[in-house]
Design a protein around this ligand. Structure first.
Ligand code: GCU
Length: 338
């Protein structure tokens, strides 16, 4: 379980060995990679990345470790991915839609109502035969390797005006989406006005009324305090967008074969830990938001929204690569039905 009862001691007091919280202090590693993350140090992705760093330190006898920078300290995802491409940041978690601008075939997993269950999503994202080419498609052009796809939670709409039950309730509301064409097309098909922006700007835009709402999982809603300024969370469950764990390809290629193998062997454990953690965290985020006064409604006409976005999905599956990815998702949906 992802404990984390606050008090993230910033303790890099220079002692080596065990840090105050019992974790391994990896700061004396020969090579310390920076991993950029855009949310808090309580998030399952943060915790999994920290653990991956410690395990890497041990597996390579201190030659490599990872330092995780939360809260957009290194910049928004779309800025950081440029730094990752040029090697000044070694690793990051990125919302999948941001990669569409590098290779549009990434769009398939970012389409509304694509995955039937989180299990189906995990099965597809972890199937080398399905995703291998996609994950390595940016190596030559951008120097970016996708190490893994992980759960980014299940996303629904929230806003400051009223519960969303029918599509007309969303009509004309200005809703923040992630920065990509697929996300804009999706929310506009659902009836809202799209406002794409990085995560760090969302809170104040909600607060000033520049935005009426956003769409995300319960954790972003609560942990980033959006619930304070936008209290109606409505279960449209329109998206399960993955996040990808990225590494600069030269950095990965520059490791000894032995160290690289040791590192790659640790990745599936990190994926599993994120996927498990996300489910629990969604639950506890909801509970916390509710006790702070947020209203969650489950009586949403999902079929109506699904119908509205169907043309967006059809229009996007328009070449052989996407066709094949789409078919793989359908098979996984059948094998992992809810
Ligand atoms: C999710 C996702 C992030 C993404 C964020 C967003 O939290 O895990 O990668 O950045 O949504 O909507 O910006």
């Amino acid at each position: 379980a992802c404990g984390g009862s606050g008090g993230s001691a910033s303790g890099s007091e220079g002692e080596t060995g065990a840090a105050a919280d019992g974790a391994v202090d990896v700061s004396d590693a020969e090579t310390l990679w920076k991993l950029a993350f855009n949310q808090t140090d309580q998030h399952p992705q943060y915790l999994a990345a920290e653990q991956l760093g410690e395990d890497l330190y041990e597996a390579t006898d201190g030659r490599y470790a990872i330092e995780v920078y939360p809260n957009e300290e290194l910049g928004t995802q779309s800025d950081v991915v440029q730094n990752l491409s040029d090697g000044s940041v070694e690793m990051m978690f990125i919302g999948a839609p941001v990669l569409e601008s590098f290779n549009e075939d990434f769009i398939v997993f970012n389409l509304p109502y694509m995955f039937a269950t989180e299990e189906a999503q995990a099965a597809v994202l972890g199937d080398e035969a399905v995703v291998g080419e996609l994950y390595s498609s940016l190596e030559d052009s951008k120097n970016i390797s996708v190490l893994a796809g992980v759960s980014g939670g299940v996303r629904s709409v929230y806003n400051s005006k009223h519960p969303i039950v029918e599509p007309e309730d969303l009509d004309g509301l200005k809703i923040r989406v992630q920065q990509s064409d697929s996300q804009v097309a999706m929310i506009e098909a659902m009836g809202a006005v799209a406002s794409p922006m990085g995560q760090g700007e969302v809170y104040s835009a909600l607060q000033t009324g520049a935005l009426d709402g956003a769409e995300n999982n319960e954790t972003v809603f609560e942990a980033l305090k959006h619930n304070e300024v936008s209290s109606y969370y409505s279960y449209t469950r329109h998206l399960m967008v993955p996040d990808y764990l990225l590494i600069n390809s030269d950095i990965l290629g520059g490791m000894s074969d032995e160290d690289r193998e040791a590192f790659l062997e640790l990745v599936p454990g990190a994926v599993e830990s994120v996927n498990e953690g996300m489910k629990e965290y969604a639950q506890s985020s909801r509970t916390a938001a509710e006790s702070a006064g947020a209203e969650f409604n489950d009586d949403v006409n999902v079929d109506a929204f699904r119908e509205l976005v169907a043309p967006v999905v059809e229009g996007a599956i328009n070449n052989d690569v996407r066709e094949a990815l789409f078919e793989a998702v359908q098979a996984a949906n059948e094998a992992n039905a809810g």
